[in-house]
Write a protein that binds this ligand. Structure first.
Ligand SMILES: NC(=O)c1ccc[n+]([C@@H]2O[C@H](COP(=O)([O-])OP(=O)(O)OC[C@H]3O[C@@H](n4cnc5c(N)ncnc54)[C@H](OP(=O)(O)O)[C@@H]3O)[C@@H](O)[C@H]2O)c1
Length: 292
């Protein structure tokens, strides 16, 4: 692909709550931290360069969380990009903490979420966070209490738009009774379709769907994916992204990488168009894998 034609804008646009429009290919900033999503990156300069290159390639939606590092991913974003270019949307999350490498603990209590939002505002050097996502429902806290807190923070002007992650349709319906929900972020790819019904629900309700782990699950597809990739002179990961973009106009993939080369490959997928036949073949992969 000619580098001049590399632009996330070629994926089209998706609206966040009818208030902000972003290109339909974003960047996930989790992989910029150290191993196990813990500590600083081995190559700090390289991580900053990836973020700057993402913006040069017209990516205007960056996903992060306070727990990535922890703090490291948000700090890198501010260091690389502040003062932020007009139109850049940073979507961060809270409510799921990182006490050590590859460890997660819940805390979506109102007191913690309030502290977490203040700390993210400081690290990101913002007066208001464009999109704040509840990282995951906390089994020990009423879901309504967590969402109500984000609704209050929105009313106070600290958050512009409220979003959810790792939720069922029932969670989304309960949350929408309290505050408009602009996006939902769950694990999803052509080979990993547990949340198909949530994608459909989001499409019917004008909610953006942000698939996490959009590339990895493709490995299970093996031969089928490789054949389609060869036919398009593309890589398997680019085909996995093209499938997501084809799946629904509310899909907003956020592939994550610490490499400029991989970032450019991922952005090149914005202009890939699958045939209906390729799309259907890939859509049947979970059935194929299950029948083996
Ligand atoms: N809400 C949640 O609970 C949740 C959970 C997980 C992730 N997320 C978000 O979703 C984003 C994406 O998820 P993810 O990072 O788990 O999965 P992913 O984007 O599917 O995969 C990332 C992995 O693929 C590699 N990769 C990226 N581009 C590639 C390419 N073109 N060719 C070959 N390998 C490539 C990366 O390694 P290299 O660095 O070597 O490129 C990395 O190991 C994260 O950054 C984060 O923002 C959210």
């Amino acid at each position: 692909m000619n580098k001049k034609h590399l632009s996330a804008s070629l994926a089209g646009e998706v609206s966040l709550g009818g208030q902000i429009s972003v290109h339909r290919l974003g960047f996930g900033a989790m992989r910029l931290t150290g191993d196990g999503i813990w500590g600083p990156p081995k190559d700090r300069k390289g991580a900053l360069a990836v973020l700057r290159r993402a913006v040069e390639l017209d990516i205007n939606f960056i996903d992060t969380a306070d727990s990535y590092g922890p703090n490291v991913s948000e700090e890198l974003i501010a260091e690389a990009l502040f003062p932020y270019p007009a139109g850049l949307v940073i979507a961060t999350k809270g409510g799921w903490n990182r006490p050590g490498p590859n460890q997660w603990t819940h805390d979506a209590s109102p007191a913690h979420l309030r502290k977490a939002v203040e700390a993210s505002l400081k690290r990101l050097r913002l007066d208001r966070i464009d999109v704040y996502q509840l990282h995951i429902p906390d089994p020990a806290i009423s879901f309504e209490a967590s969402v109500e807190t984000l609704a209050e923070l929105r009313n106070e002007g600290k958050i512009r738009l409220v979003a959810l992650s790792n939720v069922t349709q029932e969670h989304i319906e309960r949350a929408r009774k309290l505050v408009p929900i602009v996006s939902v972020q769950n694990r999803y790819s052509f080979a990993d379709r547990e949340w198909d019904y949530v994608v459909d629900y989001c499409e019917r309700n004008g909610i953006a769907f942000i698939p996490w782990y959009p590339l990895g699950a493709g490995k299970a597809a093996g031969e089928v994916l490789d054949r389609i990739a060869r036919a398009h002179s593309a890589s398997p990961t680019q085909i996995a992204l093209a499938w997501l973009l084809h799946r629904s106009p509310i899909m907003l993939p956020i592939p994550g990488t610490s490499s400029i080369e991989h970032l450019e490959q991922n952005v090149a997928a914005a202009s890939l168009r699958l045939t209906d036949e390729d799309y259907q073949t890939l859509s049947r992969v979970p059935e194929l894998v299950a029948s083996r």
